[in-house]
Design a binder for this molecule. Structure first.
Ligand code: FAD
Length: 286
């Protein structure tokens, strides 16, 4: 059991961790490695450098600094967040519990550009199996994805759906599939239907009749994780108050995932704000 789990080791997550660890809270950062920052070749608009610094070097220095104050780093792809008595963070391998969780997962992932996907959102296209599986009791559903995140969504659907087909849209599945799940690797040309999703049209001219499609492409992004735990989102950003708190008690968000200025300085500020707020609250409940 950790005091604080931070998902993401970019400027927002690491900045938050500096505050919580220095306040004496047991802090774990879970991440899949570098985010947007490492993609920046040279940064010239961040305080404190006489000449441009590479994003990779800045990210590494931030992580080293956090390790030096006792932040514990673990590598893992977070596929779900939830709660029972405590907040729960799930990777494919493990489930973690914490009093506080900070989502610092960067910009939301792009959804695949498949005609019909946006038009049928909420009409058969879902981004959260935990939230919507029950509506598909006894129905035939598809999950769009290839990896651990898709497998996590399949696990939530298996107890209720009549059949599940994994659609990989031209890619190879990258995780082991549970028994009983069908796979179709053909590229998808469109999702069609009348008022609701009815069919997936494939590039080879065939089609699959379906009642619903769960999008779990790539890695679970910030909005997908927020949806799972019932945190409010607005478009593709997580809604937070002035202390970076979401509407879910104990759950905070910081950095690119809250929208606005997509810059290091803003991510660092929001991380600091979330970290300070959590440190203050933790002192009160102890
Ligand atoms: C090419 C490029 C150039 C840029 N140049 C500049 C610049 O010059 N100046 C500037 O101020 N800003 C620049 N930026 C923007 C800056 O990099 C971002 O604003 C900043 O990195 C946001 O920090 P963050 O912590 O919110 O997210 P990120 O840095 O994106 O970190 C996200 C973290 O979340 C982790 N993560 C995501 N999903 C999961 C999951 N499911 N499970 C586990 N971990 C997960 C990732 O592994 C990563 O550790 C640039 C961005 C890019 C792409």
């Amino acid at each position: 059991m950790a005091d604080v789990i931070i998902i993401g080791s970019g400027p927002a997550g690491v900045s938050a961790a500096l505050y919580t660890a220095r306040a004496g809270l047991n802090t774990i950062i879970l991440s899949m490695g570098s985010g947007a920052l490492a993609k920046a070749e040279a940064i010239q608009n961040y305080y404190g450098f006489s000449s441009p610094v590479s994003g990779q070097a800045l990210a590494q220095a931030g992580i080293e600094g956090a390790k030096n104050v006792g932040v514990h780093f673990e590598t893992g792809e977070v596929v779900g967040v939830g709660f029972d008595e405590n907040l729960i963070v799930e990777t494919a391998a493990q489930s973690y519990q914490a009093d506080f969780v900070i989502l610092a997962t960067g910009s939301p992932r792009a959804t695949p550009r498949i005609p019909g996907i946006e038009a049928f959102e909420g009409k058969g296209v879902s981004y959260c199996a935990v939230c919507d599986a029950f509506f598909y009791k006894g129905k035939n559903v598809c999950v769009l994805g290839t990896g651990e995140y898709a497998i996590h969504e399949i696990a939530a659907l298996q107890p209720v759906a009549a059949s599940i087909t994994l659609l990989t849209n031209g890619e190879k599945p990258s995780a082991e599939l549970p028994d009983g799940v069908m796979v179709n690797t053909t590229k998808i040309s469109a999702i069609t239907g009348d008022d609701r999703v009815e069919k997936v049209q494939l590039a080879d001219g065939t089609e699959i009749a379906t009642d619903g499609i769960f999008v779990a492409y790539g890695v679970a992004g910030s909005t997908a994780l927020a949806r799972k735990i019932g945190a409010q989102i607005d478009g593709n950003k997580i809604v937070v108050d002035e202390n970076m708190a979401t509407n879910v008690p104990g759950l905070y968000a910081a950095g690119d995932c809250t929208g606005g200025l997509l810059q290091i300085s803003k991510a660092v500020y929001e991380g600091a704000k979330a970290g300070m707020e959590i440190s203050k609250l933790a002192r009160k409940i102890r």
